[in-house]
Ligand binder design. Structure first.
Ligand code: NDP
Ligand code: 2IT
Length: 446
């Protein structure tokens, strides 16, 4: 990065946030790709948009005490980072995982600004969560944790202020408990969370949206480059919400998905992973992916999650977590003939892995564009709640498909306009950034 202004912004970020490697990683990637924009737009430099956009509007950190089934009081830390509301109310998921810390929530909140801008819907960027580990907890413990989390968070959210949703460890069950507690505390029925159950204001197709959207985006990218999912071998990491519906849609589009994983290990099924079996195992029984081989004897299970990238494939869809593909894994993917990596998870590729993709001329679908279907459909849930009606599955899925096509078109156009055709990472960052930057400039120094 040669631009002195961007260099100084990055230096400030590093100095202010020394213990936040994921946040610095996300900011570095965005600033590097915005260099050609900044060179053309002295007005944005004059408005000091960059230094403002890397500093969250506010960071809320709070104690979450809850009583476990043995009667002991446990304490976790809760977060909500309201990063930027230039184009709409704050919007973004909640993550419950023991690895959660300020750096992780800030990187996710920062990415969410540009992702939400790409959806074409009016949503600002935010993220939240806690270092609470849902694994092995009873339903009652999950409920008590969620209620305590909302006991503090409720005062910071609102349907026109900040609308959280799910992420790792947060699905329909958790959203239900949080929604109930918000209603209890405020006495108000309001669309303050998305990913709600269908009987109480949820949107059809929200559960499927991130995985389906990932495949719609990837399909557009493949077609623009003379390829398609038809007959291709696909590897999908993770076996949670995003991974399960990416499996279903990729299979519907003619691909064979041969591997999936969780944080313990991965399965390889040469016949193609069985969608109904994985859905039952993970969504209903909440068991480990290892159990899949008990009912599918042709499949193999291997311990350790990074081994999944050694399975030869044409297309890789990382759908688990950040930095799950490092340089070494990317090199193995490339060597085995993988020509496309498209990201369902947020920031699943390390910067060194991304360099490998470009060096090998692979198609690369960056997270903030490729996985934007989830939050886009959350935006559609908000529309339905405001209008007090509900659309059919086909209607929502059709809108989602249209949005993913428009996101690819925007990334493609920006990559060409700024002299980097085919670099959809730069295209996504530029297209997402410009709308937010124009809005910040127009709204003055706030
Ligand atoms: P889930 O909790 O449903 O599933 C997460 C999956 O990833 C599980 O299989 C989990 O395995 C695995 N995983 C999580 N953390 C790790 C880790 N540290 N190492 C290895 N594997 C891990 O979450 P989602 O499917 O909702 O989220 C997956 C990714 O997609 C995340 O990066 C999330 O930010 C992103 N995303 C989610 C959206 C959504 O709408 N849900 C929207 C856009 C992006 P295990 O069960 O062993 O923990
Ligand atoms: O990373 C993401 O975009 C999400 N977890 C979904 C956020 C949302 O508000 O639906």
């Amino acid at each position: 990065m040669k631009n002195a202004y961007l260099q100084s912004v990055l230096e400030t970020v590093k100095k202010r946030n020394p213990a936040e490697p994921e946040f610095i990683q996300a900011v570095t990637e965005v600033l590097e790709t915005l260099e050609p924009v900044i060179e053309r737009r002295p007005d944005l430099v004059a408005a000091n948009v960059m230094e403002r956009i890397v500093e969250p509007d506010r960071q809320i950190i709070f104690r979450v005490p809850w009583v476990d089934d043995k009667g002991n009081i446990q304490v976790n830390r809760g977060y909500r980072i309201q990063f930027n509301d230039a184009i709409g109310p704050y919007k973004g998921g909640l993550r419950l995982h023991p690895s959660v810390n300020l750096s992780i929530i800030k990187f996710l909140g920062f990415e969410q600004i540009f992702k939400n801008s790409l959806t074409t819907l009016p949503m600002g960027g935010a993220k939240g969560g806690s270092d609470f580990d849902p694994k092995g907890k009873s339903d009652n413990e999950i409920m008590r944790f969620c209620q305590s989390f909302i006991n503090e968070l409720y005062r910071h959210i609102g349907k026109d202020i900040d609308v959280p949703a799910g992420d790792i460890g947060v699905g329909g069950r958790e959203i239900g408990y949080m929604f109930g507690q918000y209603k209890k505390l405020t006495g108000e029925w309001s669309g303050i969370l998305t990913g709600k159950g269908i009987p109480y204001g949820g949107s059809l197709a929200r559960t499927e949206a991130t995985g389906y959207g990932l495949c719609y985006f990837t399909d557009e990218m493949l077609r623009a480059n003379g390829k398609s999912f038809e007959g291709q071998t696909v590897v999908i990491s993770g076996s949670g919400n995003v991974a399960i519906y990416a499996l279903q849609k990729a299979t519907q589009l003619g691909a064979k998905v041969v591997a999936m994983s969780d944080s313990n290990g991965y399965i390889y099924d040469p016949n193609g992973v069985d969608f109904a079996a994985v859905k039952q195992l993970k969504e209903v029984e909440r068991k480990r992916i290892k159990e899949y081989v008990a009912t599918h004897p042709q499949a193999e299970y291997h311990e350790g999650c990074s081994g999944i990238w050694t399975i030869p494939c044409d297309i890789a869809l990382p759908c688990a977590t950040q930095n799950e593909i490092n340089k070494e894994s990317a090199e193995i993917l490339a060597k085995n003939g993988c020509y496309c990596v498209s990201e369902g998870a947020n920031m699943p590729s390390t910067p060194e892995a991304i360099e490998v993709y470009f060096a090998n001329k692979m198609l690369y679908g960056p997270a903030k564009a490729a996985n934007a279907g989830g939050v886009a459909t959350s935006g559609l849930e908000m529309c339905q709640n405001s209008a007090r009606l509900s659309w059919t599955f086909e209607e929502v899925d059709g809108k989602l498909h249209g949005i993913m096509k428009s996101i690819f078109a925007a990334c493609d156009a920006a990559s060409k306009e700024y002299g980097m055709p085919g670099n959809y990472m730069a295209g996504a960052n530029i297209a997402g950034f410009l709308k937010v930057a124009e809005s910040m400039k127009a709204q003055g120094c706030v």
